[in-house]
Design a protein around this ligand. Structure first.
Ligand code: NAD
Length: 392
């Protein structure tokens, strides 16, 4: 099969198996080049391990820390003559590289919100690893079936209280368009918190603790975003922001609980980056394409892997782990620097369809987006036949 990118709005419905492997390999090489992370954990569970920040965390844990990793993710497997999703191919490539390096790597493809998947993870930990030292929680999901009630909740990306008008970019045609979003209902806010808040993270910690598979000094980290004023109405002060508030509250509760056994729970606030999850948020892709331009000009640009390498260094090399006044790790520190935000704001006020290509890093955005699906990687012959079916 010859595999080409087929984009539909903010998603690409094809993924290139060898391209995805090359992308994973770039991350592995980056982490290897940085050298080992001192005091890194040796047994790591990553929930949301197949793409974006979760995959970058797994690569960092394995190739920066020499960790055995267990990944949990939700992807469509390939079949003979049918492509799988990018995360399917990423996971196969990661496991292959990890095993070639002599590292344990197994994965569960299933619904992390469910009790059976948690049990499966616990069974594997018991059988293969004994205990785990670190749980990374990196889920981004549009829906959740509650494991106790069976109720399905859907998350929405909407402002609270009043309608919000701003501009956004159509990343298919690179048009800057006005966008108006009606405020969320109370039910939508509650549902978004159910999907993206802290309850499921707590359930993972509860299940691991009850099963006795947490090593002494166990740490856990979940990911959040804050961002600047210009995205606040849709992000921090919107439905997703309410969910992130709940996640942060959960971090405090878990931290207090785990501290008794010398453990820790943190939220890490990460940088805005092109991932499958972020490209679906209105307004954010325009902000990201301006941010990339500014951060690249200042030599401060990072992708998921650079961010996660820095996070692991903070978690395990810096004593104590530096946190802000709310107890959060701030890997978004460079994004939020005053000079960066002032420059982005100035571009934001001017940007239109006509000057978009001059003001924003549209090429960089597009390149990163396609890379998520294995396209545009050096050394891959995209005109050649490729085998779509890779067994996990
Ligand atoms: P992503 O879409 O790249 O990754 C999401 C992961 O979750 C994938 O591995 C997917 O398989 C997995 N997943 C989704 N539903 C699942 C389910 N039911 N069961 C098992 N696995 C499931 O997203 P991302 O951007 O890397 O986001 C990860 C976290 O980082 C989120 O909490 C997000 O809010 C946060 N974050 C993202 C950004 C950003 O700009 N992308 C910035 C800061 C924080």
């Amino acid at each position: 099969m010859i595999v080409r990118p087929k984009t539909r709005g903010f998603i690409c419905i094809t993924a290139h198996p060898e391209g995805c492997a090359a992308h994973v390999e770039q991350w592995v090489e980056y982490v290897r080049k940085q050298g080992p992370i001192a005091n890194a954990p040796k047994r790591v569970l990553v929930v949301g391990s197949s793409t974006g920040y979760g995959l970058a965390s797994r690569v960092t844990a394995a190739f920066g820390g020499g960790a055995a990793t267990l990944g949990v993710y939700f992807e469509k497997p390939s079949e003979p003559d049918r492509l799988g999703t990018a995360g399917w191919y990423n996971t196969i490539a990661f496991e292959r590289s990890a095993r070639a390096a002599g590292l344990y790597a197994k994965s569960i493809n299933g619904d992390a919100f469910s009790d059976p998947v948690k049990q499966q993870a616990i069974d594997l930990i018991r059988a293969d690893l004994g205990q785990i030292d670190l749980l990374i929680y990196s889920l981004a999901s549009p829906r959740r079936t509650h494991p106790k009630t069976g109720v399905v909740s859907k998350s929405v990306l909407k402002p609270l209280g009043e309608a919000y008008a701003s501009k956004t970019v159509d990343t298919d045609r690179w048009l800057v368009n006005p966008v108006a979003i009606e405020p969320a209902t109370e039910q939508e806010v509650a549902d978004t918190v159910t999907v993206m808040g802290g309850e499921d993270w707590r359930m993972w910690v509860d299940a691991l603790e009850a099963a006795g598979v947490m090593a002494p000094g166990f740490s856990t980290v979940a990911y959040s975003y804050i961002g600047p004023d210009l995205t606040w109405a849709i992000y921090r002060n919107g439905t997703i922001g309410k969910a992130k508030e709940d996640l942060e509250k959960t971090a405090h509760e878990l931290h207090t609980r785990l501290a008794v056994g010398g453990g820790r729970a943190f939220v890490s606030v990460n940088k805005a980056l092109v991932t499958q999850a972020s490209s679906a948020i209105p307004v954010v892709p325009l902000y990201i394409s301006l941010l990339y331009r500014v951060m690249k000009e200042k030599g401060l640009h990072e992708g998921c892997i650079e961010q996660m390498r820095r996070l692991f260094a903070r978690l395990y090399q810096d004593h104590p782990t530096p946190v802000d006044s709310e107890g959060r790790i701030r890997i978004d520190d460079w994004e939020m620097r005053e000079d960066i935000q002032k420059a982005v704001e100035a571009l934001w006020s001017q940007v239109t369809t006509e000057n978009l290509q001059q003001l924003a890093d549209t090429a960089g955005y597009r390149e990163e987006f396609l890379k998520l699906f294995g396209f545009g990687l050096p050394g891959i012959d995209y005109e050649a036949e490729t085998e779509p079916h890779l067994a996990g």
